[in-house]
Design a protein around this ligand. Structure first.
Ligand code: UDP
Length: 331
């Protein structure tokens, strides 16, 4: 039996494929390579290049391979872009998942682990955020992820496809060996931008607002190491295979760090100056997002071991400094 990883050439997907292979799983990867990188795909995975909105393509993969579970990372994931291009997000994310579920029902595949987001909550009433708090997304991106969760809920009721939805907070870091890491084009995430500045590839980092209602005025986020985050997917796979019910879990560290604190930690880790300038607020940024991940710990037995901002930045720095062009100029 194989695990099918959709989006296995992307940042989080590629780390998942590595851990699955290391755990002895047979892995099949589907990726359109629109934002993923061929070089990030584990050489032991069987790779199919294609788009999940093409039902005949999905049908052919389900026919050729013996798949018992799907891990679904294949989506567009930029809040800002989703505000500009909402229909692109509904098409790739929502329609893509609809087609995927159709193909899973036809192939009688009963388990799906889904890459969701803290953006489903919107501006929280209080922190830490638990899974029972209201969901009021403030961007098309968050809205599409919430609709995708609902698609899975109703598909389960009709066709018994069990799902685990994992709502990620801020994911960063890289594999300890630096074989794979984060490479988005264009880059918009805080940790890689800080480290590209440390490498001299950017003259400075712009801090998006220092007038928030937080101690130092900059936004507070909850950072989780990509390797710990991926570990939760493997635990969720085990949970579903053992007959666990459909469920939703937050994945974060239960701790918040401001943008200024992240830059300061990166200065310590890298020994570089990392010039920073204060800029305007970025539209749609909540001031504070911190997860409660107690449910993932108690139900899945999740035990993050690399999630400290120092370790996250150290592992990310090892990747960026050894791969200053990411996966290469052509990407
Ligand atoms: N941020 C920043 N400058 C940047 C990129 C990000 O100040 O160049 C801030 C952003 O406003 C947010 C935090 O860093 O408060 C994390 O942003 P990121 O885009 O990494 O993740 P998000 O919180 O949007 O998922």
């Amino acid at each position: 039996m194989s695990v099918l990883v959709l989006g296995g050439a992307g940042y989080i997907g590629s780390h998942a494929v590595y851990q699955l292979v290391e755990q002895g799983e047979e892995v099949v990867v589907i990726d359109s390579l629109e934002t993923g990188h061929r070089e990030a795909i584990h050489p032991k995975a069987t790779f199919y290049e294609g788009d999940i909105r093409e039902i005949d393509f999905l049908r052919s993969v389900f026919k050729k391979e013996t798949i018992d579970a799907v891990i679904h990372f294949a989506a567009n994931s930029l809040v800002g872009e989703s505000v500009e291009k909402p229909l692109k997000y509904f098409d790739n994310n929502v329609y893509g998942t609809q087609v995927l579920l159709q193909a899973m029902v036809e192939a009688d595949v009963k388990h799906i682990i889904f890459s969701s987001t803290a953006a489903t909550y919107g501006e929280p009433e209080s922190v830490p955020i638990t899974e029972t708090m209201p969901t009021n997304p403030t961007s098309p991106y968050g809205e599409t992820k919430l609709i995708m969760e609902k698609l899975m809920k109703w598909t389960e009721q009709a066709h018994d496809v069990k799902f685990v939805s994992l709502r990620y907070f801020n994911v960063a870091g890289a594999k300890e060996t630096s074989e794979i890491g984060e490479d988005h084009r264009p880059e918009s995430h805080l940790v890689p931008i800080i480290l590209q500045t440390a490498l001299g590839q950017r003259s400075h980092i712009t801090i998006f607002g220092d007038d928030y209602d937080t101690e130092d005025g900059t936004c507070i986020r909850d950072y989780v190491h990509v390797e710990d985050l991926v570990q939760a997917h493997l635990l969720a796979l085990d949970y579903l295979r053992k007959g666990g019910k459909s469920n939703i879990f937050n994945l974060g560290s239960n701790e918040g760090f401001s943008v200024k604190e992240m830059i300061e930690t990166a200065r310590e880790v890298t020994g570089k100056e990392i010039p920073a300038q204060i800029g305007k607020r970025r539209a749609g940024d909540p001031s504070v997002l911190i997860a409660s991940s107690d449910k993932a710990k108690s139900v899945l037995g999740w035990n993050p071991t690399r999630t400290s901002v120092k370790q996250i930045i150290q592992d990310a720095w090892n990747w960026h400094s050894s791969h200053p062009d990411g996966y290469g100029k052509e990407g």
